[in-house]
Design a protein around this ligand. Sequence first.
Ligand code: GLU
Length: 399
Amino acid sequence: MSQNLSNRIATLAESATLAMAAKAREYKQKGIEIISLSLGEPDFKTPKHIQEGAKHAIDEGKYFSYPPVNGYLDLRQAICNKLERDNHLKYSPENIVVSNGAKQSIANVFFSLLNPGDEVIVYTPYWVSYTAMIHLAEGKPVFIKGSLENDFKATADQLKDAITGKTRAIIFSSPCNPTGAVFTREDFEAMASVLKAYPEIFVIADEIYEYINYTDEHVSFASVDGMMDRTITVNGFAKGFAMTGWRVGYIAAPSWIAKGCNKMQGQITSANCSISQRAAYTALTEDLGPTYKMKEAYLKRRAMVYELLSDIPGLKVNMPKGAFYFFPDVSAYFGKSDGNNTIDNASELCLYLLDHARVSLVTGEAFGDPNCLRLSYAASEEDLREALSRIKEVLSKLN
Ligand code: GLU
C-alpha cells in the first residue's frame, strides 16, 4: 500500500517549538538530564480557584454535552466584559468565537479570510506556526523584519513597502513571541496611518501574552482609531493563567468574520471542551491576583537572565518588554569550532547546546531570524542559573 501523505502535509514544516520539546522529552526518557527552555509554557500550575471552577462544573453535571460551536454564551459575554475592562473595546457575544487555543483561533481566521495566492504580511521575527498556517490556507507570507537594534519591531515604512494588490492581512504578536517586543500606541498609530489607505487589508493582532507585559500599557490594535472593523484580536488563557493544557483561545472580530470562523470550527472540532470553558469562565470572572503574581515572577527572572546572558561573550541581547523569551543574536559563534564540530548556524548551535550543555532552546530560524536562538525563561530561577552557566561554559570552548 502506498504511504504517500497529501502534498499539503508532506510539505508542512513540523512545529519547531513542539519538536524541540519532544526532543528534550526523549533525552529525559533516556535518563539524560535536560534543562528545557524551549517550550513557551508557564512553569506555574493553573491557579487553584480555576481548577476548582472546572471541578465544580463536573460536579454540577450540566456540562457533558456538546457546547455551542462558538462557546458558551456566558463565557463569550465574560470575554466581552474583559475586552471592555482591559482593552476599551466594545463587543457583543456574536463577535466572539472560543476555540481550542489561540492557535486554532488563528488557523480559523486564515482559513476564513484567505484565497489561494493572497498575501499576509508577517512581522518578523514571528511565531513559528503563522507561516505554516498561511501555507496550509494557500496564502503567501510576506516578511517584514525588525532588527535587534530597533527592538525587533518592523517599521510602518516597511509595512507600506510590503503592501501589494494581493495583500489580504497582516499579522503580529504584541508582546511578541519570540522577541518580547511590545508595540506602543505610537507604533500602532503609525501602522494605522499606513493602513488607512488600504481598507481591504485586515489586521490579526495576537495578544496571547497580554498579561505578561512589563510596559505601562498593553495596547490592543483594535482600540486605535478606525481600526476596530478590520481587526481580529486573538487571545487566550494559556499564558496569562498558566492554562496551556486546557486549550482555550478566542477571537474578537467583526461578526461576519466570527461567523466564518464558527462555520470552519463547526466542521472541524465542533467546539472547545466544555469543562475547559468553565475553567476559562472562572479565570475571567474571579481573582486575577495569581496572574499578576506570575507576571512579577517573570519580571524578576527577566532581570536575572538579562544579566547572565549579557555576561556571555559574543551574545547580543535586547531587553524584552513582555512575554517570557529572550532572543539573543548568537551569530558571533558561527564558524567557530571545538576541534571536532564546527558551528555554521543557529540550528547547529541549538543542537550543540542540547548535546553539550544539556539545555534545550529553539533555533531562531524557525522564527525567521537565523542569527538568533530563543530561550524561554518560564522556568525556575535555579534551572535558569544552571542552564546559563552551562551555556556559558560550553560556548567558551568554541574558538
Ligand atoms: N506558543 C508556545 C511556544 O511558542 C507553545 C508551543 C507552540 O504551540 O508553539 O513555545
